[in-house]
Design a protein around this ligand. Structure first.
Ligand code: PEP
Length: 281
C-alpha cells in the first residue's frame, strides 16, 4: 500500500464495475444493522431512485454489550443480496468479525448467482486483530474497508492495512471514523477527518470517512445543519474518496445506532451537498 520500500503497485482498483481510487468519490449510504426486510427494501429502493449503486448493510454486528442485538448474521444474507441485485446495487460494505464470515458470504453469493458484490469491512474494534486481517488478506476476491482503530496511533492503523496487503489483498480502502475521547462529548468520537490528506500522502489507499460513527447523533449546528452533514463536508473537502453513512426509514425502530441515522427524505439533499463539496474542491 505504498509503505513498503519495494511496493510500486498502482493506487486504486475496480470491483464489480465500480472504481475506487484516490480521486473519485463513492457514497455508501445504508443501514448500520439489517433488521427487517421492509426496511432493507425501502433503503435500497431509495438508493436506486437516487442513482446509487453502493450501500452499507450490517449483518454481523460487533457490540460492546453482549446482551445487545448482535446482527442477524448469515440468516439475512440471502434476502439482503437478492434485494441488492433487484435494485442494481453493485457493492455492499459489510462488516465481518470472524474469518468464517467470508465463507458464509461467498457461499451465499455463489448460490444466488452473485447478484451483487461485497466489500468486507473490518471494524475499529478489530483493526489490530492480526489473524483476522491475515485471513482476509489471503482471500483476493473481495475488497476491504479497514477502519482506523479508535484508540491506537494512525501509524499503527496504517500498519494494520499492510497485514491485508502483505498477505495478497491490496484492494484496501482506509476509513477514518473518529477517535475515542474520555467523555464522548459533544460527539461520540473526536472527528479526525483532517487526517484524510495525511493518509493519502502516506499511502496509496483511497480514504473513506464515516461521519455517522464519528458524530453519533442528529445534533444540529446553530446554522440548522446536521453535525453529520458538517462532518461529511469536512471529510469530502479534505479529499475523502468514500463516505460511509447511516440512514434508516424509521430510526426509532433501528436495532443499532438509530440516534445517528439520517432520514430517508434527507437522502437527496445529502447526496447533492456531497457532490457539491467534491466538485467545488
Ligand atoms: C459500523 O460501521 O457499523 C461500525 C460498527 O463502525 P466502527 O467499527 O467504526 O465502530
Amino acid at each position: 500500500l505504498g509503505r513498503h520500500k519495494d511496493d510500486r503497485r498502482q493506487s486504486g482498483f475496480t470491483y464489480n464495475g465500480v472504481t475506487f481510487d484516490q480521486s473519485g468519490l463513492n457514497i455508501f449510504a445504508g443501514l448500520c444493522a439489517v433488521d427487517v426486510p421492509e426496511h432493507v427494501e425501502q433503503m435500497m429502493q431509495a438508493l436506486e431512485e437516487n442513482g446509487q449503486v453502493c450501500t452499507r448493510m450490517g449483518a454481523y454486528k460487533p457490540r460492546t454489550n453482549p446482551y445487545s442485538f448482535q446482527g442477524h448474521g448469515k440468516g439475512c444474507l440471502p434476502w439482503v443480496f437478492e434485494k441488492a441485485g433487484k435494485h442494481g446495487i453493485k457493492v455492499i460494505a459489510m462488516e465481518i468479525t470472524h474469518e468464517s464470515h467470508i465463507e458464509e458470504i461467498d457461499h451465499c453469493l455463489e448460490q444466488l448467482g452473485r447478484p451483487t458484490g461485497v466489500m468486507l469491512q473490518v471494524g475499529t474494534r478489530n483493526t489490530q486483530n492480526f489473524e483476522l486481517l491475515k485471513a482476509i488478506g489471503r482471500q483476493t476476491t473481495y475488497p476491504v474497508l479497514l477502519k482506523r482503530g479508535f484508540g491506537i496511533t494512525l501509524n499503527e492503523s496504517l500498519n494494520a492495512a499492510e497485514y491485508l496487503a502483505s498477505e495478497g489483498n491490496a484492494n484496501v480502502i482506509f476509513c477514518l471514523r473518529g477517535m475515542k475521547t474520555e467523555a464522548g462529548q459533544p460527539h461520540r468520537n473526536m472527528v479526525d477527518f483532517a487526517h484524510v490528506p495525511a493518509v493519502k500522502r502516506l499511502t496509496r489507499m483511497p480514504v473513506c470517512v464515516d461521519p455517522s460513527h464519528s458524530v453519533g447523533s442528529r445534533e444540529r449546528a446553530p446554522d440548522g445543519v446536521l453535525d453529520v452533514m458538517h462532518a461529511t463536508a469536512q471529510g469530502v473537502i479534505a479529499g475523502a474518496n468514500m463516505v460511509l453513512v447511516d440512514f434508516h426509514p424509521k430510526p426509532e425502530k433501528a436495532l443499532v445506532d438509530g440516534p445517528q441515522a439520517l432520514l430517508m427524505d434527507e437522502l437527496p439533499a445529502y447526496l447533492e451537498d456531497i457532490q457539491l463539496c467534491h466538485d467545488t474542491w
